[in-house]
Design a protein around this ligand. Structure first.
Ligand SMILES: NC(=O)c1ccc[n+]([C@@H]2O[C@H](COP(=O)([O-])OP(=O)(O)OC[C@H]3O[C@@H](n4cnc5c(N)ncnc54)[C@H](O)[C@@H]3O)[C@@H](O)[C@H]2O)c1
Length: 400
């Protein structure tokens, strides 16, 4: 067995904690060896809580630690580009949290930096690694749903936990950049990453909070093969964190609920007396706890893949290129929300397929004259066939 990696972790906030919890909880071979935090007190406490040998308030010291080979970025969005630059300069493997950039220009710079330097890089998009998503993807890739036509991905909660998220400059936007980045990638993996996203139409508004950024958005993303992605985000949803995906294909459907209705419901009159789940609004009454949160949010499988890919010299499932495509989709959404028009998704560097026209699936062949549009069993037991005459185009119905 190969020896594990030693990690320089940048950030001791929520994501730094989730990442460390994932890596250290089950005695993974890969461990955080050095942690950076701006505050000495926080750095010391974080290191003690998670048995991390070294801590520092000097970011360069942590990145350049000769004992570590990997830099794990868990700091706010406006810092990602400069941190990727510093880590690549130090020759370290880089794992960067979502969103990769505040926009596609930043993301493309990060992609270019790691490719030029030849350092390993993974984009930490955890929500495509949830056990349910991985299993669903296997089914979709085996063709269990036929051609995927429509993917809906929703992430809503009552709003983020730190000031910087609410600052448009540091975050790069509001709810859409923060959570729409998950949804955009979920949509892509189900439709097929090789299919080009071509245009986006987006509504966004600030319905609740007194902030310059959007606290709600709904976006439609059209792909070159005709498939549609639907993204829904809110920072003002009441009742916890609602993470749901739906995949609709010509031959099947998948509905996923990752957080609120996972089959674990609990009532307490006196209170849970502790943490329930991320963004839970209370700890009394009916609750939706989550069994193993870091696993159900995809962090476990994400790190398994990221380190396995690094060791086996293959690309991870989520690369910086994916992060760049996601940013390009969101840029078009922001543009569309302003122009109130469909806006093209600008991808100067497209590495997937190029199709000349939308592929239609077509109806089932019945005989030389007819195609079957629909078969339906009626309440009285009769079976109706809706048929289209191939020559005349006329639609008729027949009882079978
Ligand atoms: N599911 C996910 O993958 C997921 C979930 C949450 C956050 N994130 C991402 O992780 C990153 C951090 O988010 P978080 O939730 O941990 O935020 P957080 O506010 O909980 O933690 C951020 C940390 O960065 C520090 N910090 C803030 N500004 C700084 C600066 N200028 N210089 C140095 N340190 C600074 C803060 O003190 C804090 O410790 C963001 O990019 C966010 O989008 C990803």
């Amino acid at each position: 067995m190969q020896s594990g990696h030693k990690i320089s972790l940048l950030g001791s906030g929520l994501i730094g904690m989730f990442y460390t919890m994932t890596l250290h909880k089950f005695q993974s071979r890969h461990v955080v060896h050095h942690v950076f935090s701006r505050s000495e007190e926080r750095a010391k406490k974080f290191a003690a809580d998670w048995s991390i040998p070294k801590y520092s308030t000097d970011i360069k010291t942590v990145i350049n630690d000769p004992d570590t080979d990997t830099v794990l970025i868990g700091l706010p969005n406006h810092l990602h580009l400069q941190l990727v630059e510093m880590a690549a300069e130090a020759g370290k493997a880089i794992l960067c949290t979502k969103p990769l950039g505040r926009d596609a220009v930043e993301a493309k710079k990060m992609l270019d930096i790691v490719e030029k330097k030849g350092v390993y890089a993974a984009y930490l998009e955890d929500l495509v690694y949830t056990p349910k998503t991985l299993k669903s993807l296997e089914s979709v890739q085996r063709g269990a749903l036929g051609k995927v036509l429509w993917v809906r991905s929703r992430e809503t909660h009552p709003g983020p936990h730190s000031a910087w998220f609410w600052d448009k400059e540091q975050a790069g936007g509001g709810a859409l950049i923060d959570m729409g980045c998950h949804c955009a990638e979920i949509v892509r993996v189900f439709i097929g990453k090789e299919i080009r996203p071509v245009e986006a139409m987006c509504w966004m508004d600030t319905l609740v909070h007194n902030i310059p950024a959007e606290d709600h958005a709904i976006a439609l993303v059209r792909f070159q093969n005709g498939a549609m992605g639907q993204i829904e985000v809110s920072w003002a949803f009441r009742g916890g964190m609602d993470l749901r995906d739906e995949v609709a294909g010509t031959e099947g459907t998948i509905w996923l609920d990752h957080f609120l209705r996972t089959g674990f419901q609990m009532f307490t009159n006196v209170g849970q007396g502790g943490y329930v789940a991320e963004k839970a609004e209370g700890d009394k009454g009916w609750l939706f706890p989550v069994g193993d949160e870091v696993n159900e949010l995809g962090y476990t499988h994400m790190f398994i893949d990221a380190f396995d890919a690094m060791d086996n010299k293959r690309p991870p499932m989520e690369t910086f290129y994916d992060g760049y495509v996601v940013n390009a989709i969101l840029d078009a959404c922001y543009k569309s929300a302003k122009s109130r028009q469909w806006e093209p998704i600008r991808l100067d560097d497209w590495r997937g397929k190029e199709m000349t026209e939308q592929q239609q699936v077509g109806d089932k062949f019945v005989d030389e004259q007819y195609d079957l549009i629909k078969e339906e069993k009626m309440p009285d037991g009769r079976v109706k066939h809706i048929l289209k005459d191939k020559k005349s185009g006329k639609v008729i119905e027949k009882i079978r």
